[in-house]
Design a protein around this ligand. Sequence first.
Ligand code: MN
Length: 418
Amino acid sequence: MGLIRSWVESANRDGCDFPLNNLPCGVFSTAGEDPRCGVAIGDFVLDVAALEEEGLVTLPGAPYLDVPFWNDLMEAGPEVWAALRTRLTELLAEGAKDRTEVEPHLVPMAKAELHLPFLVSEYTDFYAGKNHAMNVGTMMRGAENALPPNWLHIPIGYNGRASSVVVSGTPVRRPWGQVKGPDHAVPAFQPSRRFDIELEMGAVVGMSSQGPVTVAEADAMIFGYVLLNDWSARDIQGWEYQPLGPFQSKATATTISPWIVMKAALEPFRTSTPARELPLLPHLQEPGPMLYDIPLEVGLTPEGGHETIIARTNYAEMYYSAAQQLAHHTTSGCPMNTGDLLGSGTISGPTKESRGSLLELSWGGKEPIAIAGGSRSFVEDGDTLTLRGQCKGDGYAIGFGDCTGTLLPALKDPYQRS
Ligand code: MN
């Protein structure tokens, strides 16, 4: 299937993130109005809350859209998700008969403020990219012991903090934390000196579950995907992570893109996880392709400077799909809820230029990378980091919008009360 042409001309433009094939879900507001659900089309946000109110969009069980989150619609299930896409495609397609009623509800993207697109009920982050795990493991334990013994059998994860998830554009403050270098006898409390990013995709769980689900059931539960930057304080992480995993090093902020790209828009880009050296146990095997071919990049812009693309890779590099991660998450009977967010784990490719964190790109700070006007080992104050993802379709693209954040300097005294 090629480009579905829209009467919104900017949606037909070559390389546009938001053609009619995409229809990603966000939450927006304009000056003086409350945040509500919107869908991106070309250079506009379509006010779908207004369309629902005017009866141009009628979904079973509605209303869903005059709220500042997509959780209600997600909870309604895949038939309602599909009905929304069908109706919006009808309204926005070239030659649509309702064009004159829809057109007043297009808000220029430049005039819209974008908010978190859903209420994040809980957040889990995985460690499921093999190149990343090999790189980090090699730095920490040597190449022979790089992968922990469980790594080829389960997608390793930890429970993160939903409260720390922020939308693209939100500034991130360099954290303080307890650190201890190998040459120091005692730990110190200080601003993180090795603050980093992790290039990830986030899967948004649409349907809840009780008890274990199969990989196929897990895939059906997923509503869509976002870009995700798991900001990480490596020096804090190095001191705190054993034996229970990362804690404060990952709790400062996790930035997601403002648009949830629905699974339906990603269907043409489905691909399988890579060949395995050891077979998975049956309950984690994929019944079909459940990963996606999504080219990804990371840009770094110093304060007042120019952007350098520091990494290019692809979501297809993952060793486990989000469906496998979600299935594994439920094996204990762990209930999953609408609005659960699953981070894929850092997505690194096999080459140096395709590593999804500065830790790997600069090899633990030993080999700083060149950027326009300087070099970097880790994120510096004032740096803006931008994640992008765009699937290349036949005559169209599917994008997520920028997932961006600027690092603010650490507070002089984190305990000072104003
Ligand atoms: Mn991570």
